[in-house]
Design a protein around this ligand. Structure first.
Ligand code: FES
Length: 99
């Protein structure tokens, strides 16, 4: 197979290519959407295309989109809050770890 004649579709990673955080990453930081961070790359890679297709999802849609990702730490509450924050919607006050 000749791979050089196929157009490149690019490759996106959780880290991205720029120094600035993606708006979803910034929202995760602000809303405490992660604790250990083990699940975060997979969660972000799930949510970025999800938000492209659903720019203003409700909580149920966000939780359904996340259903293939396992987070052992957060209980998903702050992840949902971060997604709502990234969408510009009012988010419930995030709970900080240990609070
Ligand atoms: S933040 Fe630890 S598994 Fe999700």
């Amino acid at each position: 197979m000749d791979t050089t004649s196929r157009p490149s579709r690019g490759c996106r990673t959780a880290r991205g290519g720029a120094d600035a955080l993606h708006p979803l990453q910034a929202a995760f930081r602000e809303a405490h959407g992660l604790q250990c961070g083990f699940c975060t790359p997979g969660v972000l890679m799930t949510l970025v295309p999800f938000l492209r297709e659903h720019p203003d999802p409700d909580e149920r849609a966000i939780r359904e989109a996340l259903s293939g990702n396992l987070c052992r730490c957060t209980g998903y509450q702050n992840i949902v809050a971060a997604v709502r924050l990234a969408c510009g919607a009012p988010a419930p006050a995030p709970s900080s770890p240990g609070a």
